[in-house]
Structure formats: C-alpha cells, structure tokens
Design a protein around this ligand. Structure first.
Ligand SMILES: NC(=O)C1=CN([C@@H]2O[C@H](COP(=O)(O)OP(=O)(O)OC[C@H]3O[C@@H](n4cnc5c(N)ncnc54)[C@H](O)[C@@H]3O)[C@@H](O)[C@H]2O)C=CC1
Ligand SMILES: O=C(O)[C@@H](O)CS(=O)(=O)O
Ligand SMILES: [Zn+2]
Length: 437
C-alpha cells in the first residue's frame, strides 16, 4: 500500500488564513464602531462605489427590460431547477408529534428564519448563479424577508444579469455592496433596519472569513470560500475530460485548489501533460487565475488501491468531487467527505455550478468533514415542544426531582416538588435528599 505525489502543492487552503483574519477583524471592528458611514467608506475605497446601495422597484423593473430574452430564459430555467431541488429538500424535513411515555407528548416544529441575507460574489466573475442559489433556496424555505447583496462589477454598478437573477428568484431588498462590508451590513441590519438571522453565500477569503467571525451573532450556511475541485479517476477515465474538469474549476481564482486522486499513474502523467496547454488556451482573466491555482495549489496523487483513494479524498474533503471510474455505486457507498459529488463522466461540476439543481454553495477548507452545502435546511429551524398530563407529570416529576438533587440543583427539584404537591396533595413521593450546600 502506498500513495505517491506526482505533483505536491506549495500551498494549502489554509495558507492565506492569517492575512484574511487580520484584515477582516479590523474591518468588522470599524463597522461596529462607525456603522453605515464605515460601510460607505469601504465601498468607496475597495470597490470605488459611491452610488445608491438599495435598488428601487423602478430600477429593478428597468433592469429586467435590459436583459435579453434568451438570458432571461436561461436564468429562469436554472432558478426552477434549484427551486425544485430545494422544495424536495423542504419536504424531506417534517414536523411530527409522538407519545414518549403515557401522557407525555413531544414534537418537532420546522420553521423558516424570518430574515435571510444572501451574498453573491462579483470580484473576478459575475456570479449570476450564486444569486439564485441563495435566494431561490431561501424562498423555497419560506423565509419572509430576503436581503441580497453583491458588489459593483468591475468598477460599474451591479451586473445587470446578476441583479435580474436576485430579483427573479425572489429577493425583497437588493443591495449593491460587496465583500466584508456587505456581510456586516446584513448581520447588523444596516440601511434596512432588518438584521439577518442567517447569512448565506460564497465569496473570497475575506467574505468567508467575515461570515465565520460573525457566526454566533448571526447564523451562517457553511464556510464557503475559494472553490476547490478534486477528481477521482482510474484507468477507465478519459484524461482529456479529467484535465478539462480540473482546469474548469481552477479558473475560479489564484487560491483554488485542483486535486487529482488516481489509481493509474499513466492517466496521471497524461493529465499533467494536458493541463498547462488547456490553461494557456484560456482568455486572460481565467488563464491568470488557473495558471496560479494549478502552480500553487494543484496536486496529483497516485494510490495503489481505491480504498487508499477514499482515505485521501475524505481527508481533503473537497468542495466538489468528481468520480470518473468503473463501479460508481461503490464510490457513492464509500466516500464520506465532500461538498457535492459528481458521479461519472456524463456529469461535471459546471453543471452543478450553474443549472442542474443541487446547490453550488458548498463547504471548502475541509468543512465537508462536518457539513454539507447550502440547502433549504440552512434557512430552517427544527424546534421541539412538549406537553403532559398531570398523571404523566407524576412519573416525570419524581425522576426530575431526584436527578436535579443529585446534580445539586435544589431550585430545579422544587419546581417538580411544587407540582406534585399541588396535583397529588394526599400522596407521598420519593424526591431525593434536599441539597444542603
Ligand atoms: N464555495 C463555494 O460554494 C463558492 C465559492 N466561490 C468563490 O467565491 C470567490 C469569489 O471571489 P471574488 O470574485 O473575489 O468575489 P467576492 O464578491 O467574494 O469578493 C469581492 C470583494 O472582496 C473585497 N475585497 C477585495 N480585496 C480586498 C482586500 N484586500 N481587503 C478587503 N476586502 C477586499 C471587495 O470589497 C470586493 O467587493 C472565489 O474564490 C470563488 O472560488 C464562488 C462560488 C461558490
Ligand atoms: O465553488 C463553487 O461552487 C463554484 O464552482 C460555483 S460557480 O462556478 O461560481 O458558479
Ligand atoms: Zn465553478
């Protein structure tokens, strides 16, 4: 048994963490201190934006008019796919009530949050798909107020197609704000007076870090930072398709890892030969990003067995994981850590990114060890409730009083004592030794 690196990365997803944390710490402190004024300053300084922050209904209507029909049809189609999947997820979460002991009824309620903040990135590319991934899913969850933010695009206003996607998917407030200042605005309810209960959406290292730091004050979906891709391939895979898919996601940015885990050294060598040429053929923005990403974060690992591949892959817990091998069901059965899984050559990450239905906002930096990606469930709360008959309260009350006293909690015990005395005045109970200290 052995695993060999044919290409080992100089950097890992953790490499830039400290830089991002320092920047975001300072920005959040400033926004907490100076509020809206600080947000406007950052919008001006970082994104050269001094225009209106909140789009008016007239602007939204006028914007929709500028979007060509074919573009609208494509976005509408994708919104429908994402909504259908999110609604199926919602239906998988159910309320129930059950009798746990004679007279003790308990249940689960499932309720959406009241206010959701949905972020769509717009630094390097116009992330139109992220706009509907967040908003359409919040809508399917039944969230009453959806606030959507995205930055100005390349020095201008919000990208018109992205704005259309926010609006069409059902956002109630649409703000031209990017980065940390957008996340803080949604968390504190600046400009709207409606602090978000949960903030979702992907972003660069600053955005992801801001969400992580604000977690607790506000709920978040997951740590969804710079995109990652891993491909698992055996000797049945087509090296041209594997190389294309690695480059396909490396174009996200300088910090986007692309990993190949394989049982075939011949395939690995073939893919490694193809990747640089594919990168060279890209337009400048993508070539620059994918070139740096492959150089600094690209890895190729050869394993002797598929069990070793599973072990490596679970350790990396890649945001996107493609499997291009024989016996796809075996991999579905055995892999345990990934943001989203793409089984077989016929599907690819880009399909999931844009239009197939399952959400593309996914865990990065190993977060798939403990969480899946954005789903309707991230906007929903499962609450419990209980009620009891007086008869049932007798059994539960006696046990409660005794356990409370074992813990040294006399006041807890007495809430049970008081009920037992009220409901069953003629009866004696074993309530444990009163706490003395
Ligand atoms: N994990 C996931 O589910 C997904 C992740 N992504 C990732 O989202 C990211 C998008 O990143 P971007 O294009 O940059 O868009 P972005 O909208 O996340 O970030 C742009 C903002 O960053 C802020 N910023 C830029 N430089 C800064 C600095 N030095 N200090 C403080 N703030 C600064 C600016 O305010 C700007 O508005 C990519 O890394 C992509 O891979 C995209 C889609 C899905
Ligand atoms: O990380 C991701 O999910 C991205 O690949 C989604 S997109 O390509 O930006 O749409
Ligand atoms: Zn992508």
């Amino acid at each position: 048994m052995s695993t060999r690196y044919l290409k080992k990365a100089a950097k890992t997803p953790e490499t830039e963490t400290a830089t991002a944390q320092n920047v975001v710490n300072e920005m959040l402190a400033e926004i907490e201190k100076r509020g809206e004024a600080a947000v406007r300053d950052y919008a001006r300084k970082l994104d050269k934006w001094e225009g209106e922050l909140i789009a008016t209904p007239e602007q939204l209507a006028a914007n929709a008019e500028t979007v060509p029909l074919k573009v609208r049809q494509d976005i509408d189609f994708a919104i429908e796919q994402v909504s259908k999947f999110a609604l199926a997820q919602r239906d998988s979460l159910r309320e129930f009530r059950t009798e746990l002991h004679p007279g003790v009824t308990a249940g689960q309620r499932v309720l959406p949050v009241n206010v959701a903040g949905c972020y769509a990135p717009a630094g390097r590319y116009a992330h139109i798909a992220s706009a509907y991934m967040g908003v359409a899913t919040a809508k399917a969850a039944g969230v009453k107020t959806i606030i959507a933010c995205s930055g100005p695009f390349r020095g201008g206003p919000m990208h018109p197609y992205l704005m259309y996607a926010f609006h069409k998917a059902g956002a109630d407030v649409i703000m031209t704000l990017g980065g940390v200042q957008a996340i803080a605005t949604m968390a504190y309810g600046l400009f709207t007076g409606k602090p978000a209960d949960v903030i979702v959406g992907p972003g660069n290292k600053f955005v992801a870090e801001a969400k992580r730091m604000l977690f607790g004050k506000v709920g978040i979906d997951v740590f969804a930072g710079p995109s990652e891709v891993a491909v698992i391939a055996d000797d049945s895979a087509d090296p041209a398709i594997v190389a294309s898919d690695l480059v396909g996601q490396a174009e996200h940015g300088h910090e986007s890892p692309a990993w190949l885990f394989t049982t075939s050294e011949a395939l690995a060598q073939d893919v490694m030969q193809r990747v640089p040429a594919l990168i060279d053929q890209l337009p400048p923005t993508a070539r620059d990003a994918a070139g740096a990403a492959w150089r600094d974060y690209g890895e190729v690992i050869v394993c002797d067995t598929r069990e070793e591949v599973v072990e490596i892959s679970d350790r990396y817990a890649s945001e996107h994981l493609e499997v291009q091998t024989r016996d796809l069901d075996w991999w579905l059965e055995n892999l345990t850590c990934y943001g989203s899984l793409f089984l077989g050559e016929e599907t690819t990450v880009a399909y999931g990114d844009k239009a197939s239905g399952p959400n593309h906002v996914l865990p990065t930096k190993g977060a798939a060890r403990y969480s899946g990606g954005l789903s309707v469930h991230k906007f929903m709360k499962t609450f419990t409730w209980q009620r009891m008959t007086r008869e049932a309260a007798r059994d539960i009350g006696e046990v409660t009083a005794r356990i409370s006293r074992l813990e040294g909690m006399e006041a807890h015990a007495r809430t049970a004592d008081d009920r037992l005395a009220k409901y069953f005045p003629a009866q004696a109970f074993e309530l444990g030794e009163p706490v003395k200290v």
